[in-house]
Design a protein around this ligand. Sequence first.
Ligand SMILES: [Zn+2]
Length: 418
Amino acid sequence: MPLIRPEHLVPHQNVNAVSGATTIDGASSTFAIVDGRIADRNAGHTEVSIDAAGWMVLSPLADLHAHLDKAYTWSASGSPAGSLEDAVASWRAFSPSLSYDDIKTNARRQLTAAFQSGVTAMRTHVNYHEGDDSLRGIRAVVELRAEFRNVLDLQVVAMHDHTRSAELIRSAIALGVDLLGAAPHLAPDPQLELERTLRLAEEANLGVDLHTDENLNPDSLGLLELARLTKTWPKERTRSAGHCVSLAMQDPETLALVLKEAATADVSIITNPLTNLYLQGWQHPVATPRALPPLAAILAAGVTLAAGGDNVQDPFNPLGNGDMIDVVAAMVLAGHLSPRAAWDIAAAGRSLMGLQPATGAVGDAADMILVRAASVAEAVAERAPDRVVIRAGRVISVQSRSSRAVTVTPLAQPENSV
Ligand SMILES: [Zn+2]
């Protein structure tokens, strides 16, 4: 049976074996895939066997904080530029005109970009929309969860603000959302909004993923309150805190206390570097804060850390694109993690979603990304233009660099050079 090079794979092919791929640790890896899982040897039928010499095999990426219902609205909403408050105001003014069909079209575009880039697990927040039928976005995205199930696992977080009634939130829950969301730090009384949200989640036996402390105020301690209020929750019930930007501004003693409480209460943190580099710090024209929580300190404290791409070309970030490799790059450049550690965090969201691991170990899900690169640093630096995405052993996307350019001919060496 001839071996196929990764660049010659085509979508829908079922891969039975991969040989000679380089792992994230630099080792050579050969493995089989049986029934969508990694196996140490194949089951006898080897229709598609890959020769992956010169390619790396990397864990698939998990985008744990998306906003599918807002995607690709930056131009339509007037190309706003500015702080979180500016973005929220722009969104409020624009979103009544956003229809169910608009939301579905835009969300579908982002989901497609995501799985083609190697994101096979995603958690998205969805707003209650302004105007008639405030559940139209949640309904649209819940439907897309089923539509895309063969290429990615999607969790839907219904994200209310303090103006939404308990009755409406219960209606959203009845649509089949996975988690409740909110942004207590934006409410007039953050503590009240936090407690109300947790009560509604408990009532429905759902977990929460809350926008938390998305500001540069060191006294914003929503993460600490979330930890205190959920530490008696059953271990398997999700409590995630997105952003946690204020951790970047706290003194070392406060930071240590907050992270210790978060670790004890099993609260996970989702960092969203692209959006927070953009949204925060507009009031600081010099020595502008990076607005990323201290990633190394979070890991050292034993808090589970995952990452999200957050906004994709919407009022909150004109530049997102759904490719988590950009998020890995930001965690290296602005978060001071190694490329290896940053990749691990961008892949870690799978476990927070309760999915089977996809680390390449025998028995793991056969979800993976093949990239033509010699190291994870090179893959991130080059944004992996040659990339194959495999989900449960099936090829779901193949992309390759395609360019045409003039040829630059080396100059003849001058005779007097040494
Ligand atoms: Zn968000």
